[in-house]
Design a protein around this ligand. Structure first.
Ligand SMILES: Nc1ncnc2c1ncn2[C@@H]1O[C@H](COP(=O)(O)OP(=O)(O)OP(=O)(O)O)[C@@H](O)[C@H]1O
Length: 525
């Protein structure tokens, strides 16, 4: 047996048996097998100006009909790997090794949910048809393909909706539909379940199964193991830019990706049993869990549809209430309406702990009581550095007026207030793990860190109620634990949290109550 003989068209000569995942030693006569569509051999990548390599010695083969999930902690390199496979890295740094692609089309959905729609179209149908149109295909064929993709993902009923009126999950599915119309041979999906409810994940899984049955290959990357990654034939782990060096059995079959292995690689397992005491009540609660916010008759109409219909709820000091519901059920609308970002109908009443009706106040006057962290952090960021963002979260005159009863300040009082605020900003950056990013542009941060920046701004307002919209997106196991601890500290200090999430495990771990939103109304779960 010659060590120089190549057993596959892509395969570089290697010691002993080659690394291709054939069922037996492929130095012998090879068994006919699904063709490899993409192959990385000893692939490495370093971003321009970076001190450390983002990917190192990666071997990965994607065959027709196959789905592989590559999971790892934040910073392990999963998004870089997704971009490398999609061939999007070249101008961003230097690569090493071999990347071979036998087909002609790779489609990729990136990790940033805010950056997925083009902004060039008005309706869902047009957006889904756009990729084909940009390739010069006939209009009718593009519209037909878009219709098929939208139907496969279960959102054909949204076809004529304006993009600006979509919920987060609906936007994610629209972007995916556009990608599918390109009929790629390889689909690269970075954290595709972000923002999707259970039903949408099932529909997406079925859609990907069909895609593979037609000869396509799927690569899913991310920091969380969920219903979708569980449908992959293989799960492999990435640690510090290297695929974990473990025997072939640890390229685990997805359904068997066990807790220890996921924990070891810092991956959050959304389907694990909740940890029972993760959000145990604080030892002593000075205010006896008094109501901080009492909402009655909250109703909202959007584009002629009654999204919220007489919602009532009570948020108590020291408690976390979880808001669940399908994509488009109105969770974001509810949080935003409480904060004053959406117009409510006249019968709505939102009373604070002193009985004051906040529903009649504009958003900025509610902010002292209610701090809102929306679904898209980008909509709430305006400064060019994280530190600058946090400094502007509480304008100096507001901070000072709070302490001095609104009277005009002397110079030394202003100086003291500035110093106090700088200290608070420093503290909150530590709490939200942002100290290392103080001078970074918020848009250079990972989506989860960007969200942390908005959470930190909200905490600086010293609110009694924190409203959080899907804060778990893009977080690994460690980051989830940190988020839970942050909320626990907030409620232990007497605050109340209302948080919308699709993560059932996390909801069970942190929620004192779980509410389900359906048909515009809330019910206790
Ligand atoms: N600006 C808007 N104008 C009109 N309709 C809107 C607007 N924003 C959202 N909607 C619609 O209101 C409904 C509720 O949307 P919302 O974003 O509150 O849902 P959600 O439960 O937060 O969904 P997701 O889980 O996907 O984020 C959806 O049908 C959505 O399409």
């Amino acid at each position: 047996m010659s060590p120089l003989r190549r057993c596959c068209w892509w395969q570089a000569p290697s010691q002993g048996c080659c690394r291709c995942p054939r069922p037996r030693n492929c130095w012998g006569s090879p068994v006919p097998e699904h063709p490899a569509l993409l192959h990385l051999e000893d692939y490495g990548f370093v971003y321009r100006g970076a001190q450390v390599t983002a990917l190192n010695g990666v071997h990965l083969t994607l065959r027709s009909g196959e789905a592989v999930a590559v999971l790892g902690a934040q910073g392990a390199g999963t998004s870089t790997l997704a971009r490398a496979v999609a061939g999007l890295l070249d101008e961003h740094g230097h690569s090493a090794g071999i990347r071979l692609f036998s087909g002609s089309r790779i489609g990729m959905l990136g990790e940033d949910p805010e950056a997925q729609l083009t902004g060039l179209t008005r309706t869902v149908w047009d957006e889904a048809a756009l990729p084909g149109r940009l390739l010069g295909r006939p209009l009718q064929a593009c519209l037909n393909d878009a219709q098929d993709s939208l139907a496969a993902l279960g959102i054909w009923d949204l076809a004529d909706r304006q993009l600006s009126t979509l919920s987060g999950g609906e936007r994610q599915l629209t972007a995916l539909a556009g990608l599918l119309t390109l009929r790629p041979e390889v689909l690269v999906l970075d954290q595709p379940s972000q923002a999707l409810d259970h039903g949408a994940r099932d529909r997406l899984a079925r859609c990907l199964e069909q895609f593979r049955a037609n000869g396509g290959a799927v690569l899913i990357t991310g920091h969380q193991h969920d219903e979708l990654t569980a449908t992959c034939g293989r799960v492999v782990f990435l640690d510090h830019g290297r695929l974990a060096e473990v025997p072939p059995s640890s390229t685990v079959h997805a359904a068997a990706a066990d807790r220890t292995e996921l924990d070891r690689h810092g991956v959050w397992h959304t389907q694990n049993q909740p940890v029972a005491d993760a959000h145990a009540p604080p030892p002593s609660r000075s205010d006896g869990g008094r109501a901080l916010l009492t909402v009655t008759g909250l109703s909202v109409r959007r584009s002629g549809t009654q999204v919220l219909d007489g919602v009532g709820l009570e948020l108590r000091a020291g408690e976390t209430t979880v808001l669940r519901g399908a994509n488009g059920s109105g969770k974001s609308t509810l949080l935003s309406a409480l904060a004053g970002g959406v117009v409510t109908e006249p019968q709505t009443r939102i009373a604070d702990s002193a009985g004051r009706d906040l529903a009649v106040l504009p958003a900025h006057l509610r902010a002292g009581c209610l701090a809102w962290v929306g679904q898209d952090p980008g909509e709430q960021l305006s400064a060019s550095t994280v530190r600058g963002e946090l400094h502007s979260a509480v304008p100096l005159h507001t901070a000072v007026q709070r302490h001095r009863g609104g009277r005009r300040l002397r110079r030394e009082e202003r100086q003291r207030a500035t110093a106090e605020r700088a200290e608070q900003v420093q503290q909150v950056m530590t709490t939200a793990a942002l100290s290392h990013h103080a001078d970074d542009h918020p848009y250079d941060l990972l989506p989860a860190r960007r969200k942390d920046c908005v959470i930190a701004s909200a905490l600086l307002l010293n609110p009694s109620v924190l409203l959080l919209d899907e804060p778990t997106l893009g977080r690994d196991a460690k980051d989830m634990a940190r988020l839970s601890a942050l909320l626990k500290d907030f409620t232990d200090a007497g605050g109340a949290v209302l948080v919308a999430t699709h993560d059932e495990r996390w909801a069970a771990e942190i929620g004192d109550h779980q509410l389900h939103l359906r048909d515009g109304r809330l019910a206790e779960l």
